[in-house]
Design a protein around this ligand. Structure first.
Ligand code: P6P
Length: 328
């Protein structure tokens, strides 16, 4: 028995909505294909000349790793001609990516970070693709405005984690489901149905190297966590998808807060914080800036950064209490 494949699971989910056209399912199938192609390259990166930087810089002046470019191009090339998208936005592209006039336009917008954590590629640490999908009625003329919508408008979101195994985790607003790639079969098989994050965890993830920049609320919360008789464990991979995924399954809290160095936080709202916040809320967790629910933020620019405190509901609530009561 091959087990429940992601494609079959999506078709079954689609059947629950008689009026559905199947476009969304087909869009997802294209995304799954892109994930398989990227997974193959990530897992053999050491064997072919794809390691190392291109020497190029992305829109944020960060050195671009070749695998970043490969993942970005793979997603764009695999999805642009499917007829389901009106436009795309990528961390690797300054401006929105219009659908070439030779292809039919669809009713969805895809926003993505093609390979988050790419600085870890050359040292064989897990990396991930993060994606967010918005509806765009009538094949809208994808303009910035169409992309600058709050996270509550997402119709789907998730990530692919290229780790010890490749996992595809997503939500469409009906729970969170995880699939593990069987390379031998070339299929993502259902391995984690209806994921729920523990209400409280024992893991905290933060870059302690930034502690000199922390605002009082962060310092006092981390101090409290370190003294907690539950005995918290510190875990920080430095790859957002890895840190998030571990906490999702085991419980815990990830913090990349605003601080004296990153006044607006470091992580990107539209294609990092929003998709992971949709996933975590669907799994029973919580995600905020410390002051505000991530999914309620109305974006002002495509690559906008945001503080991100995300994970087990009770842990995030507690961290918010320290943040709100801090004397700055
Ligand atoms: P720092 C990777 O570059 C990334 O965007 C996320 O994957 C990760 O969580 C974060 O930055 C790590 O940032 O400043 O702790 O190295």
């Amino acid at each position: 028995m091959i087990g429940m494949t992601l494609t079959k699971f999506l078709l079954e989910e689609q059947r629950r909505y008689p009026g559905s056209t199947g476009n969304f399912t087909s869009l997802f199938a294209d995304l799954v294909m892109a994930a398989k192609i990227i997974s193959r390259e990530v897992n053999r990166a050491g064997l072919i000349d794809i390691l190392g930087a291109t020497g190029g810089k992305n829109t944020h002046g960060e050195e671009v790793q070749k695998l970043d470019e490969f993942a970005n191009k793979t997603i764009i090339n695999t999805l642009e001609n499917g007829g389901h998208l009106a436009g795309m936005a990528s961390e690797e592209s300054e401006n929105i990516i219009k659908i070439d006039g030779k292809y039919p336009k669809g009713n969805y917008l895809l926003l993505f970070d093609p390979l988050d954590g790419s600085s870890n590629i050359d040292v064989n640490i897990s990396v991930g693709t993060i994606f967010s999908i918005l509806r765009c009625e009538g094949g809208c003329d994808a303009t910035d405005k169409e992309f600058l919508r709050p996270g509550v408008d997402q119709v789907a979101a998730g990530y692919i984690l290229y780790g010890s195994s490749t996992m595809f985790v997503y939500t469409t607003g009906h729970g969170v489901h995880g699939f593990t790639l069987d390379p031998g079969v070339g299929e993502f098989l259902l391995s984690h149905e209806n994921i729920k994050i523990p209400e409280k965890g024992k893991i905290y993830s933060i870059n302690e190297g930034n502690s000199r920049y922390w605002l009082p609320g962060t310092s006092s919360y981390i101090e409290k966590v370190k003294r907690d008789e539950k005995g918290f464990t510190g875990r920080y991979v430095g790859s957002l998808v890895s840190d998030f995924h571990r906490n999702l399954l085991k419980g815990g809290i990830f913090l990349y807060p605003a601080d004296a160095k990153s006044k607006k936080g470091k992580l990107r709202l539209l294609y990092e914080a929003n998709p992971l916040s949709f996933v975590v809320e669907q799994a029973g967790g919580r995600a905020s800036t410390g002051d505000k629910r991530i999914l309620d933020i109305v974006p002002e620019e495509l690559h906008q950064r945001t503080p991100l405190i995300i994970g087990s509901r009770d842990d995030v609530l507690e961290a918010e209490g320290f943040w709100r009561n801090q004397k700055v």
